[in-house]
Design a protein around this ligand. Sequence first.
Ligand code: SAH
Ligand code: SF4
Ligand code: F3S
Length: 488
Amino acid sequence: MIDINLDTIDCSGEPPVREPERQYYYMAKCREIVRKKTEELGRPLTASIRTFGCQMNAKDSEKLCGILKQLGYREVDEHYETPDFVLYNTCTVRENANLKVYGHLGYLKKQKGRHPEMLIALCGCMMQEKDVVEKITTSYRFVDIIFGTHNIFKLAELLYDRFTGKTTVTEIWEDTDQIVEELPAERKYTFKSGVNIMFGCNNFCSYCIVPYVRGRERSRKPEDILQEIRALVADGVVEIMLLGQNVNSYGKNLEEEITFAGLLQRVEQIEGLKRIRFMTSHPKDLSDELIQVMKESKKICRQLHLPLQSGSSRILKIMNRQYDKEQYIRLAKRIQQEIPDIALTTDIIVGFPGETEEDFLETLDVVRQVRFDSAYTFIYSKRTGTPAAKMEDQVPQEVIKDRFDRLLAEIQGISSELTGRDTGKIMEVLVEEENSQDETLVTGRLSNNIVVHFKGDKSLIGRMVKVHLDESKGFYYMGTMTESMDAE
Ligand code: SAH
Ligand code: SF4
Ligand code: F3S
């Protein structure tokens, strides 16, 4: 990927003002400090990153890890070894996500008690909330560095400030229109990678905190995206996941006129790239052009995540989703008709303020009509600062629990029926890992994202193979490899 030679960076003078040059300067400075500490200790400095939340955060963590590697840190697993530097990349989409972080912080406090030299940093979505930062700076004073979602590229600079100063370094930006390219990244997988195509969100669904913590929508330039993907492919990546909170509105703030479908067509042409996935698609902006491009594409996977949130037009309106029940069903059916082998997946929230039994039955009705291949179901979580948090009529917990269970049963029934539909066929699988339970097996995914286990060894990881789907086990298949497709 991006090859930065820190040895060529002159860090004797003042730091450059421009990015990313400024960060290269601080990386070089930090690397010197890390080197000295390594010599003193007689062992490499270690770091770990724990990621909460969505694919965006996972991608951010790869960037953060890339920076730490440049500085000379060795990545370790927090479970087995106490690292010298611990970074938590947090999520705040639901209350649970926050509680998890506070729980872990209690544990980190004890660790730091035993290892006073340990540095602790928090970043990500939770840190964009003022009350969270206040709570941490008053009640969790052992935290060394706090930053948000907009300035993750500044990790080296913030760490340098902490190395050279004494107090807690806190830097949160309200928002930004800046996109800093050309920074290092350390990928979790050799053969697949997420690629940001846009940041932020402008939709302000009334329950959702993401627009407040991720800022306004801004798209990356197509050429930057294509260049990143080409470099990834040259480095062995065969599958990419294009990332954005609402990929269907890609391109709106760019000078160059381009739609998401147009971007996909250009990505498709990259030689060596075998699979393209993307998320998330907002139903209100999904164009006919996109359906056509997907239909004709050889590389875009047969999977579409199309969050429903609720099946009640009344609730959808209060949620500010900009579509109603009928529009959603029509769209879903059109996609299924045009692309018959597509797997449709969705997100559903149960217990939005004021949700009645009738509203809930509308949701069940959509689930039955559309027949989702799978669905993530969430219990509504009140997020301070969002319009829904102020709404009266919060639904009682026992009612939510009952609806949640009914919804889950419905979804699981449909999902297991659908999963079996390709039994007996031979299909392409991208091999992802050795099976964790049985080392004679490997695990991969079909284009529609369903998992397949079959006999094979780890030399197959990252390769596309043809597999006969012998038997459906509800949510996955057991199969037999028929041929390797590497020559193609
Ligand atoms: N941008 C994506 C969603 C990102 S958040 C989209 O619009 O589809 C992922 C999912 O979390 C959402 O689809 C929603 O189902 C859920 N979610 C968001 N806010 C929530 C809240 N306050 N309570 C419960 N679930 C929530
Ligand atoms: Fe949240 Fe809606 Fe934006 Fe998705 S589209 S991130 S649910 S505000
Ligand atoms: Fe993602 Fe959670 Fe932030 S879902 S955008 S990490 S609030």
